[in-house]
Design a protein around this ligand. Structure first.
Ligand code: ADP
Length: 191
């Protein structure tokens, strides 16, 4: 059997836009590995690793974890893969992370294929996060921390939209609607 070809998709969008859910489904249906840095960090926090001890208090405040930590995490994940077939959820989140990812993918000979951007109005985002907080057990799913995460997104992550748009990689997707509707739009946008 030929090795499946490399594929790299980056999900962009504000906190609460539904990136994790949609990325999970796309990964399952297309045989890709979803790499969620939020999940990876939460796992470290739960296990009480040194990385988790450093990241936990920042996450609880809605602040970003330092770039170098995230870059190391991603480097390790990709190093063990034979063929790079991944969906990034929550990474990159800053310009330095995006530049480092480019370097890494260049080394691996596996360029970015597409960057779906899930768009949802601000008011809906906070409501979704607070609703999710009732069951997620996440200490950052509160109204106050959600606002902080939104602010951090505007300042540090939104510039990535221009970064990838300049290369024609961004695919705008309306993130309002049922999970199936949004998923259908993502498939359409990736064609
Ligand atoms: P959401 O997309 O709902 O904000 P995530 O699970 O992606 O949630 O992220 C939760 C928290 O984990 C972030 O607020 C941040 O503290 C940390 N985090 C996740 N990914 C990154 C990243 N790429 N760079 C820095 N911090 C990150």
């Amino acid at each position: 059997m030929p090795t499946p070809s490399h594929q790299v998709i980056i999900f962009l969008g504000p906190p609460g836009a539904g990136k994790g859910t949609q990325a999970e489904r796309l990964a399952t249906e297309q045989g890709l590995l979803k790499i969620s840095t939020g999940d990876i960090l939460r796992d470290h926090v739960d296990r009480g690793t040194p990385l988790g001890v450093q990241a936990g208090p920042l996450m609880k405040l809605g602040k970003l974890v330092p770039d170098q930590i995230l870059i190391g995490v991603i480097r390790d994940r990709l190093a063990s893969m034979d063929s790079i077939r991944v969906i990034f959820d929550g990474f990159p989140r800053t310009l330095p992370q995006a530049r480092e990812l480019d370097v890494l993918l260049e080394e691996l000979g596996s360029p970015i294929n597409a960057v779906p951007l899930l768009e949802v109005p601000d008011e809906q985002l906070i409501a979704r996060i607070v609703e999710r907080g009732k069951t997620s057990g996440r200490n950052d799913d509160t109204q106050a921390v959600a606002r902080e995460r939104q602010q951090v997104y505007r300042e540090q992550t939104q510039p990535l939209i221009d970064y990838y748009s300049a290369r024609g990689q961004v695919r705008h997707v309306n993130g309002v609607g049922s999970m199936d509707e949004v998923y259908g739009r993502i498939l359409e946008a990736l064609k």
